[in-house]
Design a protein around this ligand. Sequence first.
Ligand code: FMN
Length: 170
Amino acid sequence: MRQTDFDTADLRRAFGTFLTGVTVVTTRDAAGIPCGMTANSFTSVSLEPPLVLVCIGKGSSNIAVFEAADRFAVNILGDDQSEVATVFSARGVDRFATIDCLEAATGAPVLADCLSWFDCSLHQRVIAGDHVILIGRVEDFAIRPREPLGFCRGRFVNLGDKAAGSRLAD
Ligand SMILES: Cc1cc2nc3c(=O)[nH]c(=O)nc-3n(C[C@H](O)[C@H](O)[C@H](O)COP(=O)(O)O)c2cc1C
């Protein structure tokens, strides 16, 4: 049966049962000031062309910057970076004050110590309900030998050895 009167809190709780990684999405505003926010809505989309997506809430204080950006980077956090995720989701703090950044090819800031990063040019921007989907074309990326940070039911989780369990494919 089709249900249209969902309780938003219940729906959010149900969405939250999906175990994800944790990223920080970064870009620069028109003045070149770095801007970034924690996001777990990252998804790989396509290999050829290489595409990824991330969903930015329209209520974010950074929405205008991300809507105007023609580039962004997705930084996937390692298992010891839950504090970085907390800082990049907090309001009223200088999110970049305690973080080392590198400059990616597109000019987007890349977090120096993350697990992996994807430097993207904007491929498509899609308005979807209360979020804006940024689809990026991967221009460059890097991987470091670290374990990923996880997120489920509103909590950070460390997967440890479980992440290295049975391998389906390379
Ligand atoms: C683990 C985690 C994942 C999040 N994922 C997203 C996301 O995918 N999209 C989004 O818009 N906000 C997401 N948020 C919320 C933003 O990080 C946060 O609300 C926002 O940065 C608040 O500050 P702002 O209004 O300055 O952006 C997430 C927060 C956390 C802690």
